[in-house]
Design a protein around this ligand. Structure first.
Ligand SMILES: Cc1ncc(COP(=O)(O)O)c(C=O)c1O
Length: 375
């Protein structure tokens, strides 16, 4: 069985710290420990904490604090992991103990697709329709769902489009999945990173077949803590715990402690506000830049996430374009191919204004050449 390399994560980890300008970062500007101290985190307590193994599924205190955000749950419905990526990882290993198919929305963060394929299970896709403001392609959704479907994976808000499903669409997905006995994995890591004031509603509570994964890496602005979680029915969470014993055993002591502070409702609100202050930082300049290409570049403004998924009207594949930008100009942009959709580029809009504008200026001549067909 061929192994599916997770191209996006591999590409990002190789390039994002080597290039001059990272024009593609998906998260909001991260906070420092000092900033958390300024918000009231007791830093002296951190110095005194014995660096023990914490309970492997996360401390009861942290799991209770997370459970408070998901009505009807308690600490037993939560598995704390090292990042949302580990939450997705242990969850897929738990769900696919029983053979079945995965149905995954595209474009997307393709971790779950790759890892289920690596478990030897069939993976089907359904897409968002770019020409209709990222509306779900329901025909593809219905075609992909069948009696063998074990789980549907959605990221909502979606990476890379920033689209948010309507509540009607969320309910439809959950109902359709329930009819064939499938689970819905709702990866809600971007919840709280909206461009407007309304927090994206959760999938949680829409059906007994819903499992949510999330974490502190995006909307909370704390990716370096590596804290994520699974919220689900007890029997599934217990299986996640069993798989977690085989991966990293448990979360780090310091991270578990800081996470308890971060998920407290008042602190969570402040952290989300901090992230939102950075999200739209470059939006106006970006929209002007896009308009300057006379329709060659198009995008639907995102509802959430510090990124924009931009269509370019050329048949040129996205990987050679972005490789050229990296090699010739030191500018990093994620190609649509790494997110499951050709003909697109993912730009990060949350960076500092100076490098952001310089990055756009550096790649402008190449885009003009693409438009003129001389590339
Ligand atoms: C939708 C989605 N889920 C999970 C992750 C991984 O999150 P973490 O850094 O918490 O492991 C990402 C990272 O980009 C993501 O976009």
């Amino acid at each position: 069985m061929p192994f599916h390399v997770f191209e996006l994560e591999r590409g990002q980890s190789i390039w994002e710290n080597l290039v001059d300008i990272n024009l593609t970062e998906s998260g909001v500007h991260p906070l420092s420990l000092a900033e958390l101290g300024g918000m009231g985190l007791d830093l002296s307590e951190l110095e005194r904490l014995p660096l023990v193994y914490v309970q492997t599924n996360g401390t009861v205190a942290l799991r209770e604090a997370i459970a408070a955000h998901y009505p009807g749950t308690n600490a037993d419905h939560i598995e704390v992991t090292n990042g949302t990526s580990e939450a997705n990882y242990v969850l897929c290993h738990a769900l696919f103990e029983k053979p079945g198919e995965l149905l995954i929305q595209t474009p997307n963060y393709l971790q779950v697709g790759g890892l289920v394929a690596n478990l030897g299970m069939p993976v089907r896709t359904f897409s968002f329709r770019s020409e209709r403001g990222w509306e779900t392609n329901w025909d593809e959704f219905e075609d992909g769902l069948n009696g063998n479907t074990r789980a549907i994976y959605i990221s909502n808000p979606n990476n890379p489009t920033g689209a948010v499903l309507t509540e009607e669409a969320m309910d439809r997905i959950v109902r359709s999945a329930a009819k064939v006995g499938a689970y819905v994995i709702a990866d809600e890591i971007y919840q709280g990173a909206e461009w407007g004031d309304t927090i994206t509603p959760s999938f949680w509570g829409r059906g007994e077949n819903v499992i949510v994964t999330s974490g502190l890496s995006k909307a909370y602005g704390l990716p370096g803590l590596r804290i994520g979680w699974v919220v689900g029915p007890r029997e599934i969470v217990d299986r996640c715990w069993a798989h977690h014993d085989y991966t990293s055993i448990g979360p780090g002591t310091l991270s578990d402690y800081i996470a308890r502070f971060a998920v407290e409702p008042a602190n969570r609100r402040k952290l989300f506000e901090h992230g939102r202050a950075h999200i739209g930082a470059n939006r106006e300049g970006f929209e002007k830049w896009i308009a300057g290409f006379g329709g060659f570049l198009e995008f639907t403004p995102p509802a959430a996430g510090a990124f924009a998924f931009v269509k370019y009207n050329s048949a040129a594949p996205s990987i050679p374009i972005t490789t050229r930008w990296r090699e010739q100009h030191g500018v990093f942009v994620v190609p649509g191919a790494w997110m499951g959709m050709e003909g697109f580029l993912r730009f990060g809009l949350g960076g500092l204004k100076g490098p952001f504008e310089r990055g756009l200026a550096l790649i402008t001549p190449d885009i003009r050449a693409l438009r003129a067909g001389t590339r």
